[in-house]
Design a binder for this molecule. Sequence first.
Ligand code: NAI
Ligand code: MG
Length: 363
Amino acid sequence: MSVGSILILPGDGIGPEVMAQVRRIIDWYGEKRGLDFDVSEDLVGGAAYDKYGVPLADETMDKAQQVDAVLLGAVGGPQYDVLDFSLKPERGLLRLRKEMDLYSNLRPAQCFDALADFSSLKPEIISGLDIMIVRELTGGVYFGEPRGIFGEGDARYGINTQRYTVPEIERVARSAFELARKRDGRVCSMEKGNVMESGLLWREIVQKVHDEEYPDVELSHMYADAGGMQLVRAPKQFDVIVTDNLFGDLLSDVAAMLTGSLGMLPSASLGAPMENGRPKAMYEPVHGSAPDIAGQGKANPIACILSFSMALRYSFDLGTEADRLDAAIEKVLADGLRTADLLGQDGVQPVSTAEMGDAILAA
Ligand code: NAI
Ligand code: MG
């Protein structure tokens, strides 16, 4: 019986290389665990442009709307820099996010103990770290109107508008509280209500959703700048952090780097529940297409594999399987296996993308 449907969009550069390892893990689940996924594959980004002349074909978009989970590799590459803005590979990604209305962006920052000395922070500050940043992804200052550059010459001025409606705040707050229930039961909401009215509204609505629907979850509030300081001072105090698009962009990048390499960072973007109760969902590594190492078998597949682990957890309700997959990755790292991006110690020989995949499958 099929557990559910997955659309794989490997994309460009190292995208197809890291996704190939995920593909092997998906096949393994079918063969060894009787968990069959209904998998289809298509093109996005430069790969789609090369074949269809657009970074995302309408048919691919339709398919993405229907599956339980989209798994995306990465898009982009220097050969596409000359293209018109509307044809750039990134537009394919943005179209998916926008048309699927993926308003809740989940960025975990999790420290694998074997990599604790890889962080710029002291090992005792980050070892055992496991936090989740929920960033609102479809609203706020990146989308608010009016926007633009107006006026002439030195009298020009630039405008962007931070705008949040009550339903926009409510739905991302719910998403954070639901996650907290599956985790440590704590949410910290971050805004700057001291200087921004949109932040005042944010705080009020998050508190209301909490009081009315999630009183069992522990809720705290913090100004986002103070939150940034706390993230590098004592990150383990947090479980789930929920914040807007702009602050989430910054804070999730800061939190991510607490744990080391870009090659280790997964993400999920979730939307409203579909008819079957599962949220619209896209899972992707945080990193890009890494043209500097593409085609060399050097890429670290773990970010992409951890993204699939998030799909198991949040789309397919297979949390135990996700825990096992995470544990396999932990074990392989503890055994000392390192792709080139994770090297630090002398004398360790890097393994290839496929060798890392082999080891994780074996574990
Ligand atoms: P990038 O994330 O592709 O690479 C930054 C650095 O990290 C490079 O040195 C790369 O070799 C390394 N790196 C990234 N992922 C790695 C992995 N899995 N294993 C080992 N090393 C890894 O960001 P960059 O160089 O700024 O952008 C390259 C292209 O990717 C551009 O076209 C950019 O627009 C696109 N991009 C796409 C994203 C996406 O698809 N979500 C996100 C970020 C950039
Ligand atoms: Mg960013």
